[in-house]
Design a protein around this ligand. Sequence first.
Ligand code: UDP
Length: 582
Amino acid sequence: LTRDMFVRNGIDLSPNAKTVLERRYLKKDIDGRIQETPAQMFHRVARHIAKAEKNYDENADIRKVTETFYNLMTDFRFLPNSPTLMNAGRRLGQLAACFVLPVEDSMEGIFSSLKNAAVIHKSGGGTGFSFSRLRPKNSMVGTTGGIASGPISFMKIFNTATEQVKQGGTRRGANMAILRVDHPDIMEFIHCKTANTELNNFNISVGITEAFMEAVQSDAEYDLIDPRDRRPVARLNARQVYADLVEQAWKNGDPGIVFLDRINRDNPTPELGEIESTNPCGEQPLLPMEACNLGSINLAKFVTGSADAARIDYESLKETVWTAVRFLDNTIDMSRYPLAEIDRMVKGNRKIGLGIMGFADLLFQLQIPYSSERALEVAEEVMGFIQAESHKASFELAKQRGTFPNREKSCFGGDSQKAYRNATTTTIAPTGTLSIISNCSSGIEPLFALSFVRTVMDNDKLMEVNPYFEAVARQQGFYSEALMEDIAGAGTIAHMDGIPEDIKNVFVTAHDISPEWHLRMQAAFQNHTDNAVSKTVNLARDATVEDVRKIYDLAWQLGCKGVTIYRDGSKENQVLSFSSAK
Ligand code: UDP
């Protein structure tokens, strides 16, 4: 540990965190032997990201900044997205999780995009594509006199390529495909995932326009438009299309929807182009050829005061936001982007996406039920604070480092109050792995289960109980192994005897929470997020198609940028199930 001068012994890693790091994050030699400890990994990342300071101040104290970043991560107050943990200071050096690639309407365009996607997947990044520019199926191909096969057939090629490129030997590439609702092949797209099992590496979303939603309201027809000349080529009944996409989403979760006009209303650089797609999980709308690195603050770590007077420690949160913004801004400089054009786009806008995880854990500690007005207030307050502080931090950074180069061309152009270093600062990611590493609840999601049985490698069964719930159960004297097992089986404590009512109110899980509350929470966070919010609206298995339609309607009414639903049991391989989660 020669360089790890300030590595404290005993980073507090849960067994699962340790396993995840060993499997995917720690440096390995050619024979797969692990070459670094978790402490060395965090040090590698901290040191690499701190080096960017030299770009702005040749006397910068890299050691001190390294230590600050190291402590930030090893206290699990903040973690950068997975590619940064995996690749910082290593050969690949690609640090961003989110990319959007253009797909031009030509063979050259399609296959150069395919190649770029493969390179990005190799480095652990996810890619979003809009296939809306492709000419519809059965159009003429000028150079050959043949017939075009349309967006969906090309999606299959992207899917196959993804299947073959395991990401950097770690995770499999995730893709988002978006097709505008006014593309002539929209009906085929809406049904494409049930018809094709070979699109399993794609999330799909329909790009919804305001014109379409108005046509749904007034039960009117709307135009389908040929993307090559923007001429209307057919008309469809908007309600029928909406009914079809809602029914498909009810069947298997896809397609989601994204509100393109709304996303573009918040596009800080409309002069540089229109936003056509998001990254795979929907939280990061980007221009074609743009990338963004994300990072998440673990809110579970910002509670202070005694158990019955617990409150958020805003002083400490502020400090973390400022350090995290600096960290993410540095990351832009230290990342090696797979293409010169992406490098140029990223460094022109310098978007970063600071978000949160551990929100459900925060509510447990504050003893506030997730599905309550009070929880919405906390969401608005805490995210409002993070957004405002991140803007201030970005403004201060700009004084030292300059504003993002495209600022004059951006919507902040003439406003000296908005001389930011970064075109955007906030995004709420799913934090699928970051939350395991930090041992907290993921993103802004409620807990999936208070206790569950995890089958470990040698088929041993391990009971895992949420630590806040366990603490309360022990303190109030109703803890028992048997009860925890019952809870793991039931997935909820709502109907259990022997648990006090006030505890039942606070310790709600995903399925105790109505879809409306899921969505209201998403909207509360969206109100204070520059980019978008990753959230899954969970529905019970017996939810109806009509329930799904209400959710989609409500997402539009509440000002969300998109919505993803998941009805229990509607996908064959459900990742988590109550009593036998992996
Ligand atoms: N992502 C990906 N493959 C994966 C998981 C995630 O490409 O297997 C990308 C994708 O763009 C997603 C983003 O990383 O939207 C953030 O996901 P998450 O927060 O779950 O990642 P983490 O940093 O926790 O690994």
